[in-house]
Ligand binder design. Structure first.
Ligand SMILES: Nc1ncnc2c1ncn2[C@@H]1O[C@H](COP(=O)(O)OP(=O)(O)OP(=O)(O)O)[C@@H](O)[C@H]1O
Ligand SMILES: Nc1ncnc2c1ncn2[C@@H]1O[C@H](COP(=O)(O)OP(=O)(O)OP(=O)(O)O)[C@@H](O)[C@H]1O
Ligand SMILES: [Mg+2]
Ligand SMILES: [Mg+2]
Lengths: 220, 220
């Protein structure tokens, strides 16, 4: 499903060069449930952005479902991304002028679905996150944890093949966090490939495969 | 130090009325170390914003160091806030076009301090957060946990009387989280009044006084 080979990603800030990903090689099969833990700044979000086709490596290759996606142009990458990948961002990235419901509908709208079809799907996704009573709130009218759950609802509403979740429970109390993980695990049981970055050891331990990052390098 | 009496805070969204704070009465003495936990959406950030003079109650009163601050106009509130309160925001709210170091210097600059004085203080604060090697990065060039730590450094650099921390370790690994809490606890030992909202029971348990919020109400 996901094959990374000798991936490097550097960032330049003035004279300083940050080696965010340092020779990462990783294979993830369809349907796997993988957690990625590691210190703050160790490269987890950078790795997820790369897998999610939101960033490109400086060297190395990335094959998604057997297709070399490293060399695709921006438009082709965007289409693959929208079709196959769901992403829960560490910083949520909700659209400020849209309501919670409209935010969750957005990927379905981008996929060309009609309003009458996408509305019930979006409502269902919000309901599974216990947010049906916040459907018409804009992001600034939501708590931190509610925004995080809207971001999760948006990522799963299209039933993607791969879900990349960057610290999906960081702003949630224990109870809400467990409910979210149960939903993601049910989707995984139905075939979703699930990659979760987390700082919560209790959440990380639940994955069938546990990866650790340190200074841009991957350990198993 | 902090006296809230019968505080109510409602939000109106279309036809829906959200009772974010429901008859909250609370006294916190100078130098206390208080944690506030509770479900997502229970009113913790709303409470902290109110105490931090970033929001006003709809009814009830708030006395800070014996002075009724509820009735102060915006300018007076801003001056009290800048002088006495440090705030670590759940969403960080760093200034995008400033570097990490400039972000940490900002409260000192607003307090009228010269560049030669504020620079070493800001560098020290960043160093205590293990971020001296990220001083010249802008927020978008930092990881989530690094941004969070810059927000913490900025909140403590002025040595305020009260520190309001809204989920200060939500994006940090266990190790970094503990280092941050140790620094905040040392400041508390030196007299800082510390109020911390957290979803991490291990962090919440360390406080000398533990509060719980549920549906806008406070329990002890
Ligand atoms: N756009 C950028 N420019 C420069 N440096 C960057 C940029 N993005 C990330 N970095 C640096 O790359 C390193 C890895 O960042 P990344 O966001 O992947 O870390 P992370 O493991 O997700 O951390 P956290 O747990 O704090 O979210 C960090 O040291 C960060 O400062
Ligand atoms: N500006 C607003 N307009 C309307 N409703 C709001 C607004 N801000 C907050 N709310 C609502 O008030 C309630 C309390 O929000 P608050 O941000 O205080 O929760 P919280 O306890 O900090 O939650 P979390 O743990 O998720 O951060 C939530 O149900 C939220 O939807
Ligand atoms: Mg990250
Ligand atoms: Mg909050």
């Amino acid at each position: 499903m996901i094959e990374l080979s000798h991936i490097h990603r550097n960032f330049q800030v003035g004279e300083q060069s940050v080696h965010a990903l340092d020779d990462v090689t990783l294979r993830i099969a369809a349907g796997e449930y993988v957690s990625i833990m590691g210190p703050s700044g160790s490269g987890k979000s950078t790795l997820l952005n790369l897998i999610g086709l939101l960033d490109r490596p400086d060297s190395g290759s990335y094959r998604l479902k057997g297709e070399d996606v490293t060399s695709l142009d921006d438009d082709r990458q965007a289409r693959v991304r929208n079709r196959e990948i769901g992403f829960v961002f560490q910083m949520f990235h909700l659209v400020p002028r849209l309501t919670a419901l409209e935010n969750v509908e957005l990927p379905l709208l981008l996929a060309g679905m009609a309003a009458t079809e996408r509305r019930p799907l979006a409502e269902q996704a919000l309901q599974s996150m216990q947010l049906d009573n916040r459907a018409h709130h804009k992001p600034e009218q939501l708590s931190g944890g509610q925004r995080q759950r809207v971001a999760i609802a948006r990522a799963i509403v299209t039933r993607p093949d791969v879900l990349l979740a960057d610290e999906p429970t960081g702003n949630l109390d224990h109870e809400s966090g467990r409910e979210v993980i149960h939903i993601l695990e049910r989707l995984n049981a139905d075939g979703l490939t699930l990659l979760m970055v987390t700082h919560d050891p209790e959440m990380g331990q639940r994955a069938r495969r546990k990866l650790l990052m340190r200074d841009g390098r991957m350990e198993e």
